[in-house]
Design a protein around this ligand. Structure first.
Ligand code: GLU
Length: 457
């Protein structure tokens, strides 16, 4: 194990935002890439929002994405407890340290962190009052992504509210110190907090961690930051829509990171191998739903057959499509893995393999009947296929080629559309001949026989 210790420090709110998931992923990838430790720390100081259910949404989202944590809830670790709500004594101890060092004072019931430097007062437009400011030494942050960021705090800030609750800045820094965090990888929205955090690290005599502030995520279209609510902004939405977890992981990895080339599809091992902070861009990342759909489709195609099957069966069952016949389902899935665009689409995509009452796509039917004599051709195919002895791809191919040859044609393509349409009701789908093989003689011939009457009805 390397010395790297990173953490994902969410505040459970009841949903698992895509942006948070990306932060979790970047930390996880960095830990796995460096052989370091990935800590999950729950920043649950907001008691009203931080319910057990809210925590469960987060943990189950992490599990679904495959982001396992080395220390944290459920797994424990040497630096626990991993819930801020259980670390109150520690925070008191650290606040006491600041008092002892003369770096904290009480005012109006709240506790303030005391900056070091020359004090002066200045009229402040915003507060419409004379306020006290401090000329401090600027803090220099050597951010792995933003580069050198130099900023100075100029006012003492609250570290314990008048109701006794320690504030985010304090608990976040105390935890990073006591948990031995070496790299703070988080959203750029926290960059402005980092000056305060550096002040605190130094006041506690602790070394600064490395900082890496990752770019914001913009909406699919338009200039705005990705919204907080709505369709498709939470990890749970993608789980419900049967996205491949690795499809989402692959997509999230590319929200602000690249492997310094234009590779888009990565296995998890490749991501772990190639991920580094130096590949994270400064500019904002755009949430492109089309790209997500594309990556998801491609990752479905790359799944080993067994994994595809494992995911597909419950989806088909839930949609009421799957049948009892295990080997038939397997053959259908094998045929369709290459062709389906998503798991959500799969039940509709394969429905006609299982149910004779499939619907004929009217547009495809119209196109078919516009040219030639489809019913004539269908009769010819029916006769040719009825004569096939061994129902397999080779014999079926031969039956079609012979039929074409008997009418002076080199290729049998003219007979394909009506064949497909009569047995499936669509003009798309898997390759025709293997599809006929999988469907089997009885199903194919009976559907062809029933077609003229059914289609006209
Ligand atoms: N709880 C903070 C958040 O969810 C953590 C910030 C950090 O990573 O330091 O934004």
């Amino acid at each position: 194990m390397s010395q790297v210790r990173v953490r994902f420090a969410p505040s459970p709110t009841g949903t698992f935002h895509i942006g948070s998931a990306r932060t979790a992923l970047f930390n996880w990838l960095y830990a796995r890439h460096t052989g370091g430790t990935f800590v999950l720390r729950v920043e649950d100081t907001d008691h009203e929002r931080n319910t057990d259910e809210a925590l469960e949404v987060l943990l189950s989202g992490m599990r679904w994405l495959g982001l396992d944590w080395d220390e944290g809830p459920e797994v424990g670790g040497d630096f626990g407890p991993y819930f801020q709500s259980q670390r109150g004594e520690l925070y008191k101890e650290y606040i006491q340290k600041l008092f002892v060092a003369g770096r904290a004072y009480e005012k109006d019931g709240a506790v303030f962190f005391k900056l070091e430097g020359e004090r002066y007062t200045e009229y402040d437009e915003y507060h419409k009052a004379e306020i006290e400011k401090v000329r401090t030494e600027p803090q220099e942050i050597d951010d792995a992504i933003r580069g050198k960021v130099v900023r100075a705090e100029e006012r003492d800030f609250v570290i314990v509210r008048s109701n006794g609750e320690p504030v985010f800045h304090l608990v976040n820094v105390v935890d990073d110190i006591t948990m031995g965090i070496t790299h703070v990888i988080r959203g750029e929205d926290h960059l402005s907090n980092t000056t305060k955090h550096c002040e605190l690290f130094k006041a506690f005599g602790a070394p600064l961690p490395h900082f890496a502030h990752i770019p914001m995520i913009l909406n699919s279209s338009g200039p705005g930051k990705m919204s907080k609510r709505g369709d498709g902004v939470h990890v749970e939405d993608y789980e419900k829509r049967h996205f491949l977890p690795h499809g989402l992981v692959n997509f999230l990895a590319l929200l602000g990171w690249n492997a310094k080339d234009d590779q888009e599809l990565f296995s998890l091992d490749e991501l772990v191998e190639k991920f580094d902070l130096s590949g994270i861009q400064k500019g904002n990342a755009r949430f492109d739903e089309k790209k997500l759909a594309h990556i998801n489709t491609e990752q479905i195609r790359r799944l080993p057959m067994d994994s595809f099957r494992e995911m597909a069966i419950p989806v088909l069952q839930e949609a009421g499509v799957a049948t009892e016949d295990g080997s038939y389902i397997d053959a259908v899935l094998k045929l369709c893995q290459e062709k389906t665009r998503s798991m959500a689409e799969l039940p509709d995509f394969v429905a006609y393999f299982f149910d004779d009452a499939f619907i004929f796509d009217p547009k495809a039917g119209e196109r078919l009947f516009k040219k030639g004599e489809p019913l004539e051709r269908l009769k010819e195919v029916q006769a040719a296929l009825a004569a096939v002895e061994t129902w397999d791809v080779d014999s079926l191919n031969k039956a079609f080629t012979d039929l074409a040859a008997s009418q002076g044609q080199e290729k049998p393509f003219a007979w394909f559309p009506v064949t497909r349409y009569s047995v499936s009701g669509t003009s798309g789908g898997p390759d025709l001949i293997p599809m006929l093989e999988v469907m089997g003689r009885d199903l194919v011939l009976s559907r062809m026989e029933a077609f003229p009457a059914r289609y006209q009805a």
